[in-house]
Design a protein around this ligand. Structure first.
Ligand SMILES: Nc1nc2c(c(=O)[nH]1)N[C@H]1C(S)=C(S)[C@@H](COP(=O)(O)OP(=O)(O)OC[C@H]3O[C@@H](n4cnc5c(=O)[nH]c(N)nc54)[C@H](O)[C@@H]3O)O[C@H]1N2
Ligand SMILES: Nc1nc2c(c(=O)[nH]1)N[C@H]1C(S)=C(S)[C@@H](COP(=O)(O)OP(=O)(O)OC[C@H]3O[C@@H](n4cnc5c(=O)[nH]c(N)nc54)[C@H](O)[C@@H]3O)O[C@H]1N2
Ligand SMILES: [Mo]
Length: 758
């Protein structure tokens, strides 16, 4: 009999039939994600970690900095032996230096379940067993936007998420200016799970009503056919210039909403001064924007007029801000929407991230959803998440962040559970050197990722199918009873069981478990939601009933319940949580930081790394369509979209022709940081001068000892730059870099990344 389960890319029912997992997307999901087809491959795949494994040098010679991580073999050891040794090492670091020597940020997505959420597990464990750990703040997804929006609009959970819903777009919007598009492969995914994929239907309904979707970006395919979009092809990193060209037109033609700007905003005068060039001598008019973006000035003017003439929504994909000066297009997009005066009206205004991920455009769940309590971190030391290599390479060095001058701590031990830094971080050659500085690197993994291969201690964990959990997210109206569908491979244990074993050895077992087994915790977490339902007089079934039914509907807040709605009604009684209580189009706070790379108003700051004669092409390294990040890269759907076993890079016909490249050729992308192979797909879906290679192919260096890595599989993070967005947010800039591209005719070995190292 099939049983329910959930992943970040959708819910399904599954059953084992003759040793194979059969799955059926959830009834009621109108548009299930094809990524589901990767899931059956997880069952007992050769890439699974089956027994605890320890790098030979660490096991024999003990902890310490070494260049051998990622280059040396592993020995398999028993659970008791490895937990004894690891507990002793944790105690050593804790007692010799303290929690500030332990990095426990453990960034990553892992599974949809609320209890076996690996990051919560490792945080809870380190708080109890070590007394705390060095944290990370922000995320790779949207750090730049989070920081700037917090200053100018308010915390994103309150204000910038939940402003506009897909239902409103379907019913009200006339024009969508989609900066970075709204690719359905992206919104198919949400942390905590997703019960119904509604985006395609909403875009189709809006288009049938006559709404115009404008896909602004380097890739034609960033909006689905159903949207019937107009494609405005612009180079990466140029959006702020286009937004300024639109704003300048509105200002010049007096189409901006002065009443809205006066009542709801501060700082418009400062922005207008910059637009007119009164501060720097450069008017940012349509002709100026045309010179930077390649969009004809007349088209920019026409678009500004259209936007002012109806209900217009400005969306800014997360990709735009995962780039140098990524704060600017988010802030400038907000200014554009403010000038149009429709923020807070149904289907109009500004929505950062709509279409980037399944959380946006949905109504917030109106009852609490339980999460594993993490205990108290005894220290308050944090780094911006994407500065991890910098921290490891430069302990004690000073850096700017969000108005503060900070110093990197000296970390000796890093503990990762539920994330893959050799997927998510930039400049992998540098990252390898950074991890070489540690005394000890511990990784919990279900599979032999590149991160596991660079660790000292690799502990095999169960994957989501192999355990019970509760799937729930803040914007999804369905809570899922995630039933156990298969047995774990080898000796794999739940993260919870591993941490319990370590906690017991360190004398904090009872505090860590609170006496609960897995079922006990699930019932405990469920009780929060059940109490919330009961308090509202709604049906609140006991746990066993929920478990047997497989899912539970949760109430949602009304469409107009967002803070911005109340603010629109009366900004004096419902001010925004900003210093002025208004939308800050110029920010005295940010201005006072004095950052040249993030001034006190949205500004055009051209990228410092631009295509040149040695690296003439932009590389867009975006999210993969065929999987979530690196997860299940070996799955059937992911593999079916590789060519000759390599990830596919899209190349414009003009760029291909001058290099003698045809579709299906192996090509090498190269810059000073590294190089990788990929298989070419020649298509005019990508802008000339831009190549696109998604993330997620497992790092497979031809020679693990090489200082400048050459990945034979197609991981773009060997090429990307490890550099913060700006002094303000220090966010990830992995989306863009510059490369040369060449046909690769040498013989080359097969990809081995999906084979275990022992
Ligand atoms: N160049 C470039 N780089 C990028 C981006 C980009 O646009 N361009 N995007 C960035 C973004 S937005 C993000 S969010 C990151 C994503 O980066 P990550 O979230 O680190 O990527 P995942 O592949 O999802 O890593 C999750 C890991 O958890 C493991 N896992 C799954 N379940 C469990 C479990 O139950 N327990 C344990 N212990 N482990 C488990 C999986 O096997 C996998 O290795 O990548 C970033 N990197
Ligand atoms: N299938 C799938 N979906 C995912 C994920 C996944 O791994 N797989 N990851 C999820 C996560 S964690 C996140 S944070 C979101 C990320 O959501 P996004 O960051 O929005 O996703 P990307 O695919 O990286 O980028 C979207 C598009 O932006 C365009 N683009 C890139 N740079 C620029 C630019 O400078 N200007 C303009 N105008 N356009 C640009 C590219 O053409 C790209 O296809 O995706 C989520 N959804
Ligand atoms: Mo992300």
């Amino acid at each position: 009999m099939s049983r329910p389960h959930s992943t970040p890319w959708g819910s399904f029912r599954g059953e084992m039939v003759a040793g194979t997992l059969r799955l059926h997307p959830r009834d009621g999901d109108p548009d299930p994600s094809p990524i589901l087809h990767n899931v059956p491959s997880a069952v007992d795949h050769p890439a699974r970690v089956r027994r605890p494994a320890v790098r030979r040098g660490w096991w024999e010679d003990g902890p310490g900095p070494t260049e051998r991580r990622g280059r040396e073999g592993f020995v398999e050891v028993g659970w008791d032996e490895v937990l004894d040794r690891l507990a002793a090492e944790l105690a050593r670091v804790r007692d010799a230096v303290g929690p500030q020597a332990v990095y426990g940020g453990s960034y990553g997505w892992a599974s949809a379940g609320r209890f076996h959420h690996a990051q919560s597990q490792v945080h809870r464990f380190l708080n109890h067993a070590v007394g705390g750990y060095v944290r990370s703040v922000g995320d790779y997804s949207g750090a730049a936007a989070q920081v700037v929006l917090r200053h100018v609009l308010g915390p994103s959970e309150l204000v910038s998420k939940g402003t506009v819903t897909w239902d409103q777009v379907a019913a009200h919007t006339d024009t969508v200016l989609a900066f970075g598009g709204m690719n359905l492969k992206n919104s198919a995914v949400a942390g905590g799970g997703i019960s119904a994929h509604v985006e395609r239907g909403a875009m189709a309904a809006a288009a049938r009503r006559g709404a115009l979707f404008v896909n602004i970006g380097p890739l034609r395919s960033d909006l689905p056919a159903e949207a019937g979009a107009r494609w405005l092809s612009v180079p990466p990193g140029s959006d702020t210039a286009l937004m300024f060209g639109l704003l300048h037109t509105l200002l010049l033609e007096d189409r901006h909403d002065t009443a809205f700007l006066e009542r709801y905003c501060v700082g418009w005068e400062r922005v207008a001064k910059h637009l007119l060039g009164a501060d720097d001598g450069t008017p940012k008019d349509a002709a100026w924007a045309a010179g930077i973006t390649g969009v004809p000035a007349d088209e920019i003017r026409e678009l500004a007029r259209r936007a002012a003439g109806g209900r217009t929504l400005v969306t800014v994909a997360q990709s735009l801000q995962r780039a140098e000066f990524g704060e600017q297009p988010v802030w400038a997009g907000l200014a554009l929407a403010a000038a149009l005066g429709q923020i807070g009206l149904p289907g109009g205004g500004f929505c950062y991230g709509l279409g980037s991920i399944g959380h946006y455009g949905r109504r917030r769940v109106d009852v609490p959803v339980g999460a594993l309590p993490q205990g108290t971190n005894g220290i308050d030391v944090a780094i911006p998440v994407a500065r991890v290599a910098e921290m490891l390479l430069h302990p004690g060095a000073g850096y700017d962040f969000d108005g503060e001058r900070r110093r990197y701590p000296h970390v000796r031990l890093a503990y990762w559970a539920g994330g893959n830094p050799f997927h998510h971080h930039q400049d992998l050659g540098r990252l390898r050197r950074a991890f070489g500085r540690l005394d000890t690197f511990v990784v919990h993994e279900p599979v032999w990722t590149a991160t596991a291969r660079h660790a000292d201690v690799v502990l095999p964990t169960t994957w989501t199918l192999e355990r019970e959990d509760i799937g729930a997210g803040p914007f999804d109206p369905v809570m899922t009873a995630m039933h156990r569908l298969v047995d774990p491979p080898g000796e794999a244990r739940d993260d919870y069981a591993i941490f319990t074993g370590l906690a017991e050895r360190l004398g904090v077992g009872a505090a860590f478990t609170e006496g609960r087994d897995v079922r006990g915790w699930l019932e405990h977490l469920y009780a929060r939601t059940r109490d919330g339902l009961a308090a509202r007089g709604l049906s609140a079934p006991p746990f066993d009933e929920f478990w047997a039914a497989g899912e539970l509907s949760l109430p949602q807040r009304p469409d107009d319940g967002a803070l911005v709605g109340a603010f629109r009604a009366d900004p004096d009684t419902a001010p925004l949580p900003t210093p002025s209580g208004r939308i800050e189009l110029a920010s005295a706070t940010i201005g006072a930081f004095g950052y040249a790379d993030a001034p006190g108003h949205p500004a055009w700051l051209p990228p410092t790394e631009l295509p040149d004669s040695r690296h003439p092409l932009w590389l867009v390294a975006n999210q993969p369509a065929t999987r979530l990040h690196s997860q299940l890269d070996f799955g059937a759907h992911s593999l079916a979209h590789k060519v000759r076993g390599r990830e596919v890079v899209r190349v414009h016909p003009d760029d291909a022709a001058v290099r003698g490249i045809a579709s299906g050729d192996l090509v090498r992308l190269v810059n000073d940081r590294g190089s990788c192979l990929a298989a070419a797909l020649v298509t005019d879906d990508v802008r000339a001068g831009v190549v696109q290679l998604p993330t997620g192919a497992w790092f497979d260096p031809l020679d693990p000892s090489a200082e400048v890595p050459f990945c034979v599989h197609g991981n773009p993070n060997v090429l990307t730059r490890d550099h913060g967005t700006s002094s303000l947010a220090q966010g990830c800039t992995g989306q863009h870099t510059t490369v040369q591209l060449e046909r690769y005719d040498e013989p080359v070995r097969q990809v081995r990344a999906h084979r275990p190292p022992l």
